[in-house]
Design a protein around this ligand. Structure first.
Ligand SMILES: NC(=O)c1ccc[n+]([C@@H]2O[C@H](COP(=O)([O-])OP(=O)(O)OC[C@H]3O[C@@H](n4cnc5c(N)ncnc54)[C@H](O)[C@@H]3O)[C@@H](O)[C@H]2O)c1
Length: 370
C-alpha cells in the first residue's frame, strides 16, 4: 500500500517522539512492503517563529492532501506571553476545526508489567481498559464570546460553552458505535445539575441510546467521574463527554497507566482524514534531553495504521513490540523504578524496532512452515 502521511512534530519533545514514530513506521514499510510518503510541516511555536502564524496555510494544505496526519505536541514557555492569536495551541485548535476533527478517542489500558508504576494500588488498576471519547470541535474551547472587557467600570471575562444539537448527536453516536465493538457500556459524563448545555447533552444521550438497544447507557456527573476514575476505574468501558471535561479527565486517566507518556489518541473527522497524536504536551522540563517516553507517539502511529489505513496486522505488531519491550523491564525515566537505569528515547525506539524485527522473523518462519 502507498500512503501520504503529514508529519507535524511541533515543539519541545514533539520532535523527539516524532522521530521515534517515524523510525517505527519505516520498519513497518520494510517488513510489510508498504510505501509511506512522509511530508513535514510546521505548527505551534515552531511555526510562529518561522512564519508568524501558529498554523501556516502551507501546513494546512499539506494536511488536507495527506491520507493521515501525525502530530507531536505544541507549546512551551517561550510563547507563553504571546498575544492569544500567536499562541502555539491556537495552531492545533485551528487544525482541529479546519479538518473537522470532532471525535477524540483516547484509549486507557494498563499494562501488566507497569502496574507498579501507577501511583494507585495494583488492585485498582489491574485490568483497566476503557476509551474516552472527547468532543473536540465545540464546547467551552470554542464558544463565542470569549473575551475580557471592562464592564460597568470593572474588569470582566467570559467564556462560552456552545453546542449545536447535531454536534452532540454525532459524538454520542460515535461512542455507541465504539461500545458495540467493546463491552457495550457508555458512560455519558456531564454537569446536568448545573449547566443547561449538560441537560441537553443528557437528553441527546437518551435519544441516541434508544437506537442502540444492545448498549447500556449510564449518566455520571463530571465531579463524580473524576472520583470514580481513581476509586473504581474498571467499571468504565466507553466514556463520552464535552471537550473541556474530556481534556481534564483524560489527563487524570493517564495516571492509571503510570505516565502521560503512555497514552495515544486519534482524532476522527467525518471526511475520513484523521489526525493522531499523543495525549501529552511538549514537556518543556525534559525537552531536548532525549528522555521523553516515545510510547504514546508510537501507539498513536499504530492507531493511524489501524483506523486510517486498515493495517490491523501491522498495528498489532507495533503494539506487541511495545508491550514486549515494556514487559522486559526496559523503560524511559518516567516509568523506571528506583535504582533502575532508564533508557533514553532513542534507545527505547531501537528496542521497539528490534522487537518488531524479531516478531516479523518469527512470523516469516511460521508462514514458511504453515
Ligand atoms: N496536544 C498538545 O500539543 C498539548 C497538550 C497538553 C499541553 N500542551 C502544552 O505543552 C506545554 C507543557 O504543558 P504541561 O507541562 O502542562 O503538560 P505536559 O504533558 O507537556 O507535561 C506534564 C508532565 O508530564 C511529563 N511528560 C509529558 N509527556 C511525557 C513523555 N512523553 N515522557 C515523559 N514525561 C512526559 C512532563 O515532563 C511533565 O512533567 C504547554 O505549553 C501546554 O500548553 C500541548
Amino acid at each position: 500500500m502507498e500512503k501520504k502521511i503529514a508529519l507535524l512534530p511541533g515543539d519541545g519533545i514533539g520532535l523527539e517522539v516524532m522521530n521515534g514514530a517515524v523510525e517505527i513506521l519505516k520498519a513497518i514499510e520494510e517488513h510489510y512492503y508498504h510505501r509511506f510518503h512522509f511530508q513535514y510541516g510546521l505548527i505551534g511555536g515552531a511555526a510562529i517563529d518561522e512564519t508568524n502564524s501558529p498554523l501556516p496555510e502551507q501546513t494546512l494544505n499539506m494536511c488536507k492532501e495527506a491520507d493521515a496526519v501525525l502530530l507531536g505536541s505544541v507549546g512551551g514557555p517561550k510563547w507563553d506571553q504571546n498575544p492569544s492569536h500567536l499562541r502555539p495551541e491556537r495552531g492545533l485548535l485551528a487544525l482541529r476545526k479546519e479538518l473537522d476533527l470532532y471525535a477524540n478517542l483516547r484509549p486507557v489500558e494498563t499494562v501488566e508489567s507497569l502496574l507498579d508504576s501507577s501511583p494507585l494500588k495494583r488492585e485498582f488498576v489491574e485490568g483497566v481498559d476503557f476509551m474516552i471519547v472527547r468532543e473536540l470541535t465545540g464546547g467551552l474551547y470554542f464558544g463565542k464570546p470569549s473575551e475580557r472587557k471592562v464592564y460597568g467600570g470593572e474588569e470582566t471575562v467570559v467564556d462560552t460553552l456552545f453546542y449545536k444539537r447535531d454536534e452532540m448527536v454525532r459524538i454520542i453516536e460515535q461512542a455507541f458505535e465504539l461500545a458495540q465493538g467493546r463491552q457495550k457500556k457508555v458512560t455519558s459524563v456531564d454537569k446536568a445539575n448545573v449547566l443547561e448545555s449538560s441537560r441537553m447533552w443528557r437528553e441527546v444521550a437518551e435519544e441516541v441510546a434508544a437506537r442502540y438497544q444492545d448498549v447500556e447507557l449510564q449518566h455520571m456527573l463530571v465531579d463524580h467521574a473524576a472520583m470514580a476514575l481513581i476509586h473504581n476505574p474498571k467499571q468504565f468501558d466507553v466514556i463520552v463527554t464535552e471537550n473541556m471535561f474530556g481534556d481534564i479527565l483524560s489527563d487524570e486517566a493517564s495516571m492509571l497507566t503510570g505516565s502521560l507518556g503512555m497514552l495515544p489518541s486519534a482524532s476522527l473527522s467525518s471526511t475520513g482524514l484523521h489526525l493522531y497524536e499523543p495525549v501529552h504536551g511538549s514537556a518543556p522540563d525534559i525537552a531536548g534531553e532525549d528522555k521523553a517516553n516515545p510510547v504514546a507517539m508510537i501507539l498513536s502511529a499504530a492507531m493511524m495504521l489501524r483506523h486510517s489505513f486498515g493495517m490491523n496486522e501491522e498495528a498489532e505488531a507495533v503494539e506487541n513490540a511495545v508491550k514486549h519491550v515494556l514487559d522486559s523491564g526496559k523503560r524511559t525515566a518516567d516509568l523506571a523504578k528506583k535504582g533502575e537505569a532508564p533508557l533514553s528515547t532513542t534507545a527505547l525506539v531501537e528496542e521497539v524496532k528490534a522487537a518488531l524485527a524479531d516478531d516479523h522473523a518469527i512470523f516469516n518462519i511460521m508462514e514458511a512452515y504453515a
